[in-house]
Design a protein around this ligand. Structure first.
Ligand code: SAH
Ligand code: SF4
Ligand code: F3S
Length: 493
């Protein structure tokens, strides 16, 4: 990353550089002038708020947006009544979209009272032409709109909003570009997401992600390793490697690398304590990966393995490219090799043509696999996807009852799975002070289970041994145990 010395050498009298990321650093410096102007006029720094919808990938993108805003000189806040507000949107299900429109209405209210306020929209939803049409027509108070492929250009676009009036729109259809080394402002000092790849090539028939995120592109292993090394030097102990299908990592690189090989390299990084990743597509999960996980001291005992449906017929319609039996067999292999692993999943209910029998098969899978947790979604029709034009769309009212039944089984299983660890001593990474009871801090076990223990701020970011005293459904109440305690003590319960 650039330091202040390099910023000093950028000459704004000259034309902006063509190459990235230099070009963006030029515009960061240019934006700084506008921020200074603002400060002189208003006697305070401008405030900026980044709001994230959607998945971890979007959360990571938001950290990049925040990084730029901070470099430019904004004071970052969580208050949407700010001088600059950006919504990083998601469109995976329709309710994500509706939330954005609702919140935009509120922003308009703030903007009426603060006419200098700038509103920006970016992210997956912006890659849909219908959305842009609607925004142009009914949300003309928005200042800046860009998409997923040109997010690296944020500094340049931000600069343009200072220099123009009205609505600025810049959407790219696709890209093969990956821009490295832009500023990032992390939400947590001790853990971080890392993109290892972008886009998706799977085209599950219900899913809009491949259309809004483009084709699969992997980052070079050396860039990933370098980024993690820097993060570790900056205090990060846990990383989450991010991709829509991490199991196909490396396939488009000139020098092909498998995901398992990448993990082996990440494992070697000194000072890094924990490695997580998501998401794993069952069709591409290799034996090599299972082996690497088994042998690893750092890879967490958690695998998110989206099932989507337990019916082979529906899986085929979904273009998931595995059967119920293949999935079960895979889970069996994983559990044999790594018995203490927690498996979580995503399930869709109400896919076109789904019958009560299909749903029974899904419920049965939940019982058989014994998920530690499952995210259940009601199917949402996404324009342009193959499933949207399938016959037999199931009305949502018809889905509700089955959905609730599935949810009950998911919760039962999750409770049982979580309770397995009652009385054990395990390592937790303390993530935050508990908001509702400030005498407690909240930690996460390797298997992703949450534990609350007595403690204060000073523990945040540290790995501690905790005793899992009381299981409360999906989380534990526990206490920290001194690592020096005699073994007999550790075995109580
Ligand atoms: N790449 C990941 C998932 C990304 S989207 C994977 O393949 O598993 C996260 C989850 O949203 C999906 O696993 C799926 O369960 C859900 N989802 C995606 N499209 C959906 C739709 N149209 N309706 C309902 N749920 C959907
Ligand atoms: Fe969507 Fe399937 Fe790609 Fe996941 S793997 S992002 S569900 S198309
Ligand atoms: Fe949503 Fe885009 Fe993620 S559609 S789930 S934010 S990749």
């Amino acid at each position: 990353m650039y330091d202040e010395l390099v910023f000093g050498q950028i000459d704004l009298e000259e034309q902006p550089p063509i190459s990235e990321p230099d070009r963006q650093y030029y515009f960061i410096k240019k934006c700084r002038q506008y921020v200074t102007e603002f400060e002189h006029l208003n006697g305070r720094l401008p405030k900026a708020c980044v709001v994230t919808f959607g998945c971890q990938m979007n959360a990571r993108d938001s950290e990049k947006l925040a990084g730029i805003l901070q470099q430019v000189g904004y004071e970052l806040t969580e208050d949407e009544n700010s001088d600059f507000v950006i919504f990083n949107t998601c469109t995976v299900r329709d309710n994500a979209n509706q939330r954005v429109y609702g919140r935009l209405g509120e922003l308009n209210g703030y903007k009426r009272r603060n006419p200098n306020m700038k509103i920006a929209l970016c992210g997956c939803m912006m890659q849909e032409p219908e959305v842009i049409e609607k925004l142009k027509k009914s949300y003309s108070f928005v200042n800046l709109i860009f998409g997923t492929h040109n997010i690296f250009k944020f500094a340049e676009l931000l600069c343009a909003t200072f220099e123009s009036e009205g609505m600025l729109i810049d959407i790219w259809k696709d890209t093969d570009k990956i821009v490295e080394d832009l500023p990032v402002e992390r939400k947590y000092p001790f853990k971080s997401g890392i993109n290892i790849m972008f886009g998706c090539n799977n085209f599950c028939s219900y899913c809009i992600v491949p259309y809004v995120r483009g084709r699969e592109r992997s980052r070079e292993p050396k860039d990933i390793i370098r980024e993690i090394e820097k993060l570790v030097a900056d205090g990060v102990v846990e990383v989450m490697l991010l991709g829509q299908n991490v199991n196909s990592y490396g396939k488009n690189l000139d020098e092909q690398v498998t995901f398992a090989e990448l993990l082996r390299e990440v494992e070697k990084i000194e000072g890094l304590k924990r490695i997580r990743f998501m998401t794993s597509h069952p069709k591409d999960l290799s034996d090599e990966l299972i082996q690497v996980m088994k042998e690893s001291k750092k890879i967490c005992r958690h695998l998110h393995l989206p099932l989507q449906s337990g019916s082979t017929r529906i899986l085929q319609q979904m273009n998931r490219r595995y059967t119920r039996e293949q999935y079960l067999e895979l889970v069996q292999r994983i559990r044999e090799e790594i018995p203490d692993i927690a498996i979580t999943t995503d399930i869709i209910v109400g896919f076109p043509g789904e019958t009560p029998e299909d749903l029974e098969q899904t419920i049965d899978m939940v019982r058989q696999v014994k998920y530690d947790n499952a995210f259940t979604f009601i199917y949402s029709k996404r324009t342009g996807t193959p499933a949207a034009s399938m016959e037999n769309q199931v009305p949502e009212t018809q889905v509700k009852e089955g959905f609730d039944r599935l949810l009950k089984v998911v919760q039962e299983t999750a409770r049982e799975q979580t309770a397995r660890h009652q009385g054990k001593i395990m390592e937790a990474l303390i993530e935050e002070v508990n908001e509702s009871s400030p005498g407690l801090v909240t930690g996460r076990l390797s298997n992703n289970t949450i534990v609350h223990i007595p403690g204060d701020e000073s523990l945040v970011g540290s790995l501690v041994q905790v005793s899992l005293d009381e299981c409360h459904g999906f989380y534990y109440l526990g206490h920290m145990v001194n690592e020096m305690q005699p073994l007999v003590d550790n075995m109580k319960g």
